[in-house]
Design a protein. Structure first.
Length: 166
């Protein structure tokens, strides 16, 4: 029974890693699965200190993912209006993309929406098309960077947990 529980736990950890690019907060899934494992085992292997560390990493990952798009937009010259457009466009794109193609569509929609929102808002505030395109590209690359950062943090979380179990 113990082995089956560990196998299920590892499957959950891997699944949490895989769903991160689809906009699902996999780092929090890893945290919650680890917390449940810790509670079931009376924190014998996964200690309460490790649980707090995992929570900190999960929160940091969410913040990094959120702010990476803004940072990318700002670095590539987006104005406040462009950043707001990227946020609204990302939300709308994610919703529309999910309706078209669940999971994969939400990621594609989020990225296209963020790019389009920044691009259109920059055009509206009277920037040249090349500047608007640059701002949109910055938003897109920032979002990708945020997702990759979150994946790396999730891998770190999984390694920390597995080292404690094995």
């Amino acid at each position: 029974m113990h082995t089956a529980g560990i196998v299920i736990f590892i499957i959950i950890l891997v699944a949490a890693l895989i769903v991160i690019p689809f906009g699902i907060p996999g780092t929090f899934v890893i945290f919650l699965a680890s917390l449940i494992y810790g509670i079931i085992t009376h924190f014998a292997q996964i200690t309460q200190a490790l649980i707090w560390i995992l929570l900190g990493i999960a929160l940091f990952g969410e913040l990094m993912e959120y702010f990476a798009g803004i940072f990318g937009a700002k670095k590539f010259g987006a104005s406040r209006a462009g950043i707001i457009g990227a946020i609204i466009g990302g939300i709308l794109g994610g919703i529309v993309g999910t309706g078209i193609l669940p999971l994969v569509g939400s990621v594609i929609g989020l990225l296209i929406g963020a790019f389009s929102g920044a691009f259109l808002m920059e055009l509206i505030v009277k920037k040249k098309p090349a500047q608007a395109l640059r701002a949109g590209w910055g938003t897109f690359t920032g979002r990708i960077g945020g997702i990759l950062t979150k994946i790396i943090l999730a891998i770190v979380m999984i390694i920390l947990v597995l080292v404690r179990i094995f």
